[in-house]
Write a protein that binds this ligand. Structure first.
Ligand SMILES: [Zn+2]
Length: 108
């Protein structure tokens, strides 16, 4: 039996005890549950970013085809809409890429 420090209240407790005798926190369960909840929320965030990235790509491709086919429409409005879609799709895509890199850099 060894003496460890409780991660919640910083008091000295036995490493055999499952519940801290000072603050009554669950020493095994709580930490693991918190960790897996954090992992799950990170995974959910990455998934939602991936979906947004897909939409950003669609926006970009849609804008590009609008811009590409503008001659057929012969309308300045289509040209500007296409340009706006390309620009926002491009920016949106890169913002999402950066968000994924930042998430992956954070621990866990
Ligand atoms: Zn404690």
């Amino acid at each position: 039996m060894a003496i460890i420090t409780c991660p919640f209240c910083r008091q000295q407790i036995s490493d055999k005890s499952k519940v801290c005798s000072h603050c009554d926190k669950d020493l095994n369960g709580d930490q693991q549950a918190a960790l897996s909840a954090q992992r799950q929320s990170k995974y959910g965030k990455i998934q939602s970013i991936n979906i947004q990235q897909m939409f950003a790509m669609l926006l970009f491709v849609g804008g590009f085809s609008l811009w590409y086919w503008q001659d057929k429409f012969d309308d300045q409005w289509y040209n500007q809409l296409g340009m706006a879609m390309i620009a926002s799709g491009f920016v949106w895509y890169f913002v999402n890429r950066i968000r994924i890199v930042m998430l992956n850099r954070s621990s866990l």
